[in-house]
Ligand binder design. Structure first.
Ligand code: DGL
Length: 272
């Protein structure tokens, strides 16, 4: 059986790349709903319906375990998926999000004043605040939505003065709270980490999710041999997207580097 990786678009490929680097032996199916990206400005109910369609698609493609590699979807849907969808319809399947891994890492560090930038829906869900406080009530959390960042990144604008201006607009209010750590709470943002570090200076530690998620998945699989032993280990990869143009081929290469090889294809799918 496969590990499924789902994102609203191509940003989840930052997480996928880390999984391929650290746990290359497994068979993976990636699904990016790029026809409907961004999810970040949509309602919680719409994000739930879209996520449910994506999970059903991945279950049909023999995924036993799915990583929701999207903060927006994790923040707004994971609890409902774990308490309704799985017990009622897929009791033998497993779905994990990506917020907990980074939250646990930050809460266990020296962080005392934590900033979060994320999509509007993630910020409005209050998920990062709730989870950080649960892990470490002494941590103060400040968040800000960065709705212009995903379009920048999807356009391949990963550096330069215009991006710096936009970043400063989102980061300066957090700096005024004296943050010592900044969580990039959107899978896309991993690609602009150098630009964020430039905008924020070197006194604040910038945390991305990809490496932490891969480490946590490794320990999850160690703790759950009943899942691990059922996973295929012949390094197969499939890439599904919901909208195709040659531009996406270039973006996938930008996100995945040499993990997207000549024999790999982007397969177009319609989610219903
Ligand atoms: N990948 C999404 C996330 O991590 C951001 C893109 C979107 O708004 O759909 O929040």
């Amino acid at each position: 059986m496969n590990i499924g990786v789902f994102d609203s678009g191509l940003g989840g490929l930052t997480i996928f790349k880390a999984l391929l680097q650290q746990l290359p032996q497994y068979n993976y199916v990636y699904l990016g709903d790029n026809a409907r990206v961004p999810y970040g400005n949509r309602s919680a109910e719409t994000i739930y319906q879209f996520t449910k369609q994506a999970l059903e698609f991945l279950f049909k493609h023999d995924c036993l375990l799915i990583i929701i590699a999207c903060n927006t979807s994790t923040a707004t849907t994971l609890r409902r998926i774990q308490t309704e969808l799985l017990p009622q319809h897929h009791p033998d399947k497993h779905v994990l999000g990506i917020i907990k891994p980074v939250v646990e890492t930050v809460a266990a560090s020296t962080a005392r004043r934590v900033g979060v930038i994320a999509t509007r829906a993630t910020v409005e869900s209050g998920s990062f605040i709730r989870e950080l406080k649960k892990e470490n009530p002494a941590v103060a959390v400040f968040q800000n939505a960065g709705p212009l960042l995903v379009p920048f990144i999807e356009e391949g604008e990963l550096k330069g003065p215009v991006l710096q201006t936009v970043l400063k607009r989102y980061i300066d209010p957090l700096l005024r709270h004296g943050i010592d750590h900044l969580i990039l709470g959107c899978t896309h943002y991993g690609l602009i980490k150098p630009a964020v570090q430039q905008a924020i200076g070197n006194k604040v530690k910038v945390m991305t999710e990809e490496e932490v998620v891969a480490q946590k998945l490794r320990s999850y699989l160690k703790k759950h041999p009943e899942v691990e032993t059922k996973l295929g280990k012949t390094t197969q990869r499939r890439f599904f997207i919901t909208d195709y143009s040659p531009r996406y081929q270039n973006l996938v290469r930008l996100f995945l580097g040499n993990h997207f090889q000549d024999h790999h294809r982007l397969e177009l799918v319609k989610l219903t």
